[in-house]
Design a protein around this ligand. Structure first.
Ligand code: ADP
Ligand code: ZN
Ligand code: ZN
Length: 740
């Protein structure tokens, strides 16, 4: 018989090992070995035992057959990667830059098999007609324990082990004796751990309105015609997007297929799960980082074995192994959290679309404020644009005011509340209606502005704000431009220039000072460290236990509060001047979503946006709830500046312990890339130039074609391998979500 060989990827993250190794499959494993399995192999000179993934099988190897080592065993307690997952891992590796083992770990978020949970039951083995006679016999002989158990079994047919030992006080030896007598038997029933505590009471869906119905009709037609595509569902908060997802999922389930629903981790609340459970009963489950290992493994298994039709979860839920995937829904598709922060820095949206393509499934992206990338794809016909134009329940859109903080200061108001917001807050507190105050701190990275005129220190070359560094220097992270921090505002001469430092604690103190009677709940990183604290705060607020909810972007998602009629955005500028090109987009998204929290019930709502930049287009467009206008301006800016999605961007990030070495290597790399004809910016120091004694340098590459950037990454990898620099590490980030 011919030999059988396996191509194996060793489970160690090291660039030098980023290739397949050939191993011989021993005779005893020939019948059992499969692509995707995890195996143990001897590795390296010392033949140390290592784990690896089988990625291919063949009957020959390229090198001396006598030197090929043998696989030790198949790891029975590890999950197997299916071939479609291997294919996706290769795609991720190629498009985002990582080793194949990092990509494999990504597509296999659940790696270990965890023992199943089970219940033990005691059942009667004899025919019940013989029961009474036996019972008499037991009593006659004073076998009271046996009699108790038998009497109970004649009554109930089966009894849990627990009930027998605790309730009836039956000992194990009694049970054993009765098993020996062939009177009873013990059966073990396995069940899945279920993290969804919801009782499945399925309700009838609300009838769709005309707009929703038209979309679902098209979806059905596409399914019938075997067309699978990506739909971008654009509709304001409350326009009924979730109802559309539910109806589309229902269609898919009807065809015997399954659906994955991705939502941002922060939005995976009790309410969301409840809504899906009301529709699909216990065929719904969740998968997120808060589950125990056993719970995770069981949900993974339930998906694989057809025990559920719908899995809801954040980014990593994309990789559940449904046998016949029909649809992937990505809610809030613009969310930054869909991009992985660890290598491989994959984007769940792009990866979902690729996965859907490989498995012939559809994708629905939904948002009130689509990402500029997705909207452009929709306008260009790459995605199908779906729009919902009004709120489903005829609730009114809130009235929005923009308040100019410069004018407040000029007229002597130094408080964090503009006069209008202050007045409206008094009004709501008097009426017993609720208020949400929103402090936008995302992306805030030490920009410098003038409290008197609102002027922001920007880079003269890049049109992004500069960042304050130690020793009074300002730096641009895109081009490296550096200058001294001015003592007075270059625009108006005011000395009130500095970094913006309003935090949630400070804001809470200000509320207590100005509204001493108001009950305030604060929600930020500090108050939500514990496991359920996030949910508890929101619940308390929805039960009316506070008048004001103050928080960061965390509060804009999730719950519906009918009694909130005022939303205040304390400082809209904070995200506007983050030093990256997505600042305007983020601001627009956050303001629109925050505003969307007002007036979701019968009462209409008001929104106050406080800002130093009232003329800014993101703020203006958010105030008038005009996505198209925002998009028009934003795409103009991106075109002018050659930023994504018009141009594509790759960040190459180099770190190492020796400053000089990292610097030299980065320079050489940049030169090499320039010589290959790439448009290179840098190298330059990263925003945070040193972390844990690791020096950090960045190189930016821009190109109109993503594939050229993939090529640049490949060139860089090959070049780097030749440098043999073991103490320097490189990472890639395509179209980054953060500044470096
Ligand atoms: P979104 O996901 O866009 O925020 P939802 O699907 O949550 O919107 O809908 C907002 C509210 O309107 C929900 O309470 C929902 O039950 C209700 N709703 C949605 N569609 C309809 C409809 N066709 N008829 C009646 N109520 C609807
Ligand atoms: Zn000024
Ligand atoms: Zn610059």
């Amino acid at each position: 018989m011919e030999n059988l060989y396996a191509e194996i990827i060793i489970d160690i993250s090291h660039e030098a090992l980023d290739r397949v190794f050939g191993y011989k499959v021993p005779f005893s494993l020939r019948e059992h070995i499969r692509v995707g399995q995890q195996v143990a192999v001897p590795f390296g000179r010392g033949n140390k035992e290592r784990k690896g993934f089988v990625v291919g099988l063949s009957d020959s190897v390229d090198y001396d057959e006598r030197k090929v080592k043998e696989i030790l065993r198949i790891e029975a307690d590890k999950v197997t990667a299916e071939s479609k997952m291997l294919a996706l891992a290769y795609w991720i590796r190629e498009n985002y830059g990582s080793t194949i083992i990092q990509a494999l770990r990504t597509v296999l978020p659940v790696q270990e098999k965890i023992g199943r949970k089970s219940d033990r039951w005691i059942e009667l083995k004899i025919d019940p007609v013989h029961g009474p006679a036996l019972l008499d016999e037991y009593f006659g002989r004073h076998y009271t324990a046996k009699a108790r158990l038998l009497a109970a079994l004649l009554d109930q047919k089966k009894i849990s082990w627990e009930q027998a030992s605790k309730g009836l006080k039956i000992s194990k030896s009694t049970v054993d004796a009765m098993i020996k007598e062939d009177v009873i038997r013990v059966v073990t029933e396995y069940y899945y751990r279920n993290p969804n505590p919801e009782r499945a009471v399925v309700e009838n869906p609300v009838p769709l309105n005309e707009e929703q119905q038209a979309l679902i009709e098209q979806f059905k037609e596409d399914l019938l015609a075997d067309r699978r595509q990506t739909y971008l569902l654009h509709g304001v908060t409350g326009s009924g997007k979730t109802e559309v997802y539910l109806a589309a999922i229902e269609e898919v389930i009807r065809r015997g297929q399954q659906a994955i629903v991705l939502i941002p981790e922060i939005a995976l609340t009790y309410q969301t799960v409840q809504r899906f459970t009301r529709r699909f009963g216990n065929r719904v489950s969740i998968l997120n980082s808060r589950l125990s290992k056993g719970e995770k493994y069981d949900q993974w298994l339930r998906a694989k074995e057809g025990d559920v039709d719908v899995i809801i979860g954040p980014r990593s839920a994309l990789f559940v192994p449904f046998p016949n995937l029909g649809l992937i829904v990505i809610d809030e598709e613009h969310e930054g959290s869909y991009k992985s922060e660890q290598t491989p820095k994959y984007h769940a949206r792009e990866t979902a679309i690729q996965k859907a393509k490989m498995e012939h499934a559809s994708v629905i992206l939904g948002s009130a404020t689509p990402s500029v990338e997705s909207y452009r794809n929709a306008l260009e016909g790459t995605y199908q644009l779906w729009e919902l134009t009004k709120r489903a329940k005829d609730a009114l859109l809130p009235k929005v005011y923009i308040e100019d903080l410069r004018k407040e200061l000029q007229s002597g108001n130094r408080s964090i509340f503009s006069r209008r917001l202050h007045k409206l807050m008094e009004d709501r507190l008097a009426k017993g209606e609720q208020i949400m105050l929103f402090l936008n701190r995302r992306g805030y990275a030490g920009f410098v502005s003038c409290r008197s005129c609102g002027h922001v220190m920007e880079c003269p070359h890049c049109d992004v704000s500069m960042t304050y560094h130690r020793e009074g220097r300002l730096k641009c992270h895109y081009c490296g431009h550096e200058q001294l921090m001015p003592k007075t505002c270059p625009e108006c001469g005011s000395p009130l220039i500095g970094t913006f430092g309003l935090g949630t604690q400070k804001a809470e103190a200000a509320i207590h000072k100005e509204f001493p009677e108001a009950r305030v709940l604060r929600m930020d990183m500090d108050t939500t460290r514990r496991k359920h604290s996030h949910e508890e705060i929101l619940k308390a607020f929805s039960k009316g236990e506070a008048d004001i909810l103050l928080g960061t972007q965390m509060i804009v998602k999730g719950h519906d509060y009918a009694n909130v009629t005022l939303v205040g955005i304390l400082a809209a500028d904070l995200s506007l001047h983050a030093n990256d090109y997505r600042a305007g987009e983020r601001t627009f998204q956050l303001l629109t979503q925050a505003a969307g929290r007002a007036g979701r019930g019968r009462k209409s709502g008001e929104v106050v946006i406080q800002t130093y930049s009232p003329q800014n287009y993101s703020i203006q467009a958010a105030a008038s709830q005009d996505y198209q206008e925002f998009y028009r301006q934003e795409i103009g800016y991106r075109t002018l500046m050659k930023y994504p999605p018009i141009w594509q961007m790759l960040v190459i990030f180099l770190t190492g312990e020796e400053e000089k070495k990292v610097g030299d290597c980065s320079r050489k790399a940049a030169d090499m890339l320039k010589n290959k004809g790439f448009l290179v910016v840098g190298p330059g120091e990263a925003t945070v130039a040193k972390v844990k004694d690791q020096y950090r340098q960045v190189i930016y590459i821009k190109d109109e074609e993503y594939q050229n950037l993939v090529r640049a990454k490949d060139e860089m990898e090959q070049w780097f391998e030749k440098q043999d620099e073991k103490r320097i590490f490189i990472y890639f980030d395509f179209n980054p979500m953060n500044s470096y």
